[in-house]
Design a protein around this ligand. Structure first.
Ligand code: ADP
Length: 628
């Protein structure tokens, strides 16, 4: 039994191929995690890194509380089951299962106990004397599982274990493996390219594409709230339908307008998380609706389509069709206008019929046409709020508040502008007030829908805030973007400062021993770092690490002015940026420019800044990769 932690794991193969990028997950003890995605997305590579069969390029892998990056596979207390059963053909089932334990010099008596116990669990007691070739695929796979089981490992890794079996056997083994997981109370990590397998077995699923994690969630959340079009299309059969549409809000309704002019409408309340800028009828978006969330009718409700095929499955049917073009004509050639509908009863739907598809308005999905990310993020990324500058003040949300100096500078002569406000930049305060229309719990956060005219302002609030309350709040001004006529004139200040620098080592004699010390060098600043970090950088880049440039990222709050006599990076303040109650100094040092938070009273021209090496993250500048 064990929990696992993968933290910013990367795999770059020797040929330079980046197979896994920034993979992070906390796996709780006894979870059944499934890695799923198309072939080549990095599933097996990740699994093999966990097993210790592949080196980890960067990142930390912890089993329990132990860092195991460099631990031998045999010492990790992990058992792996492969797609090819990898059984020894000349040995009996019993010998195959006992082999690993004998290698470990376990007493025969205990080996026998373990093999018999595993054979019982897997229902292969009657086959112990057989050789693998005299067994079916399903039985062989059970022996392979048994060989892992007898080791009583902390973690089971399974790499496409069922892909050599026929469909019926796969379904049966799926149930068996799920039951095995329940009875063993062990952590399982299972790799498959088959989304049905993933959905039926996993407590949580990691969906991957081209080496990147797309979403980590429970099966139901992946199905109901896919983060992007890829996940939406990958999970569920038949696949979700996608259409190019535009959205137009009219009062409490949003009309979905198809390329051919067909329209369906959904209540605004269902899609209120979609940013207003997508609701003006101008912006192309992708509409997604699953085949099982469409009703077919002949009365003209919804999108008109011609039926091109009907598949009867017994318990229902799948209807395939094509939407009409803008003249209402149906062409079989156009690829983009297909529709698939699951229907329970299709007695009177025949090929060639012209019918209508009515989407369930509670099950609609919308994605940005370019980024393919959902427009209905659980926590909307930002709110846009109209503001008007007037001398040193601005009018926002019916309140007249101080216009921060930094905003004033960025605006120039403009007086009308938009504040782009992420929900986390809205904090309890005295500047504004709005009524709380609704509170939604999203994971462990509380999302407030603040009633702002006929739409909502989204804010993260603490649990004491209730629907019906009047919420008093302010903005953290430095976290806002400013737009004039949709052009960004001021960017939010992010949490990190990036500084470019080099890396060095020094060998020092300490009590007759030679000890290596490692340093981050930024301009005149030499910051000693913990040996672990030094060895990590060296293990990734070899001795070239002393020639390369690195990007050092430091949380802005961790940058401070150096104490008297302390080493630091010397710089000159080029200007101050006032954000109301927060002041930043723009510092120029070593040819680099960055902002640091300073005291309101601070006004020196020369600064020396310092930080703790534990607050510094190191990024490679050759491959986009966090090293430590
Ligand atoms: P999956 O298990 O999702 O099918 P893999 O983890 O096997 O994918 O592979 C991920 C990517 O890494 C693929 O593009 C594959 O070609 C590449 N790859 C796998 N092994 C190696 C290797 N030893 N050297 C270079 N590239 C590799």
């Amino acid at each position: 039994m064990a929990n696992l932690k993968l933290s910013h794991i990367y795999k770059v193969y020797d040929n330079g191929h980046k197979a896994v990028n920034d993979f992070s997950i906390d796996i709780a003890d006894r979870e059944f995690i499934v890695f799923v995605g198309p072939s080549g997305c990095g599933k097996s590579t990740t699994l093999r890194m966990i097993a210790g069969l592949e080196t980890i390029t960067a990142g930390d892998l912890l089993i329990g509380d132990t860092l195991v990056n460099d631990m031998e596979p045999k010492d990790r207390d992990i058992a792996m089951v492969f797609q090819s059963y990898a059984l020894y053909p000349h040995m009996t089932v019993y010998e195959n299962m006992a082999f690993g334990l004998r290698n470990r010099k376990m007493p025969e008596k205990e080996i026998k106990e373990r093999v018999m116990k595993a054979a019982k669990i897997l229902d292969i007691e009657d086959y112990l004397d057989r050789k693998p070739k005299a067994m079916s695929g399903g039985q062989r796979q059970r022996v392979a599982l048994g060989r892992a089981l007898v080791r009583d490992p902390k973690v089971f890794l399974l790499d496409e274990p069922l892909s050599n079996l026929d469909a019926k056997l796969r379904a049966a083994m799926r149930t068996e493996i799920a039951a095995l997981h329940k009875s063993l109370n062990t952590t399982f990590i299972y790799v498959t390219h088959d989304q049905v397998e993933a959905m039926t077995m996993g407590t949580r699923i990691v969906v991957m594409k081209l080496g990147y994690v797309q979403q980590i969630d429970t099966p139901m959340n992946l199905y109901n709230e896919p983060y992007n079009k890829f996940v939406a299309g990958f999970i569920g059969t038949p696949q979700m339908n996608f259409f190019d549409v535009k959205l137009q809000r009219e009062g409490d309704k949003v009309t979905v307008i198809f390329a051919n002019g067909d329209k369906v409408s959904v209540p605004y309340e269902n899609v209120s998380k979609i940013h207003n800028r997508y609701l003006n009828g101008d912006v192309q978006v992708t509409f997604g609706i699953r085949p099982e969330h469409i009703m077919v009718n002949k009365e003209g409700r919804g999108m008109k389509f011609v039926v091109t095929n009907v598949e009867h499955l017994g318990n229902g049917s799948i209807v395939y069709g094509k939407l009409g073009d803008h003249l209402g004509e149906f062409s079989m050639k156009d690829e983009g206008n297909s529709i698939i509908v699951n229907v329970v009863d299709c007695k009177d739907i025949n090929v060639g019929d012209i019918v209508y598809a009515e989407p369930n308005p509670n099950k609609v999905h919308f994605f940005d046409a370019e980024t393919e990310v959902t427009l209905m993020n659980k926590i909307p990324e930002y709110n846009t709020i109209r503001a008007k500058a007037n001398g040193d003040r601005m009018t926002v949300l019916n309140a007249n508040v101080l216009l921060p100096e930094a905003f004033k500078k960025a605006l120039g002569n403009a007086d009308c502008f938009d504040l782009v406000v992420p929900p986390h930049a809205i904090v309890a305060g005295n500047d504004f007030q709005l009524k709380v229309a609704r509170i939604e719990n999203v994971d462990d956060k509380h999302l407030a829908y603040l009633q702002n005219g006929d739409s909502y302002l989204f804010a993260l609030v603490d649990e004491s805030v209730q629907a019906g309350d009047t919420y008093h709040f302010s903005f953290e001004n430095e976290k806002l973007n400013l737009n004039v006529d949709d052009q960004e004139v001021l960017k939010a200040i992010d949490d990190e400062v990036s500084l470019m620098g080099t890396f060095s080592k020094k060998e020092l004699k300490e009590n007759h021993d030679r000890v290596l010390h490692f340093f981050y060098n930024i301009g005149n600043y030499t910051l000693e770092t913990a040996p672990e970090q030094g060895y990590k950088i060296n293990s990734i880049d070899g001795d070239n690490c002393y020639k390369y440039t690195y990007r050092y990222a430091i949380n802005r709050n961790a940058i401070r002015l150096a104490e008297e006599g302390e080493a630091g990076l010397d710089g000159r303040v080029v200007e101050f940026c006032e954000y109301g109650n927060i002041r930043f100094a723009k510092v120029e040092a070593d040819g680099q420019e960055f902002l640091i938070k300073v005291d309101p009273a601070f006004d020196s021209e020369m600064v020396r800044i310092a930080m703790d090496s534990k607050d510094v993250s190191v990024y490679s500048t050759r491959i986009d990769m966090k090293i430590c």
